[in-house]
Ligand binder design. Structure first.
Ligand SMILES: [Zn+2]
Length: 123
């Protein structure tokens, strides 16, 4: 034990997912126990690249949110994630990673918020 408190899970980088220490179940969105075995011991791991399996465009968005807003569902190792796409050029089947930087409001900088196509991907 290092004696350091783990950071609050809501401050995790967007490119990290959770894995249950007891049963190996993986999930992405913040949750304090495993949905499979109810275990409360888990680790995080970094998401590498994923594949876009669906996308949609939201035209009507709240204030401060870009319009149109391109959203994608991407399959990563162990989890599926809904996230903003960098732009409309990202298509179903593309290999993507979290990249870029976004600042919605002062003091609310988010790193790697969007799914961005990986350069040089094999077809
Ligand atoms: Zn579990």
């Amino acid at each position: 034990m290092s004696g350091e408190l783990a950071p609050p899970t809501n401050s995790l980088s967007v490119d990290r997912a959770f894995v249950c220490d007891d049963c190996g179940h993986c999930w992405y969105y913040d949750r304090h126990r495993c949905s499979e075995c109810a275990g409360q011991s888990f680790s995080t791991y970094e998401l590498d690249t994923g594949e876009v399996i669906a996308k949609t465009t939201v035209e009507m968005t709240p204030p401060d949110i870009r319009s149109p807003n391109y959203l994608g569902l991407a399959r990563f190792d162990g989890v599926q994630v809904i996230a903003q796409l960098a732009d409309d050029a990202v298509s179903v089947g593309d290999t993507v990673e979290f990249a870029g930087e976004h600042q919605l409001r002062a003091e609310q900088r988010t790193e790697k918020p969007r799914l961005t196509a990986v350069e040089g991907q094999a077809d």
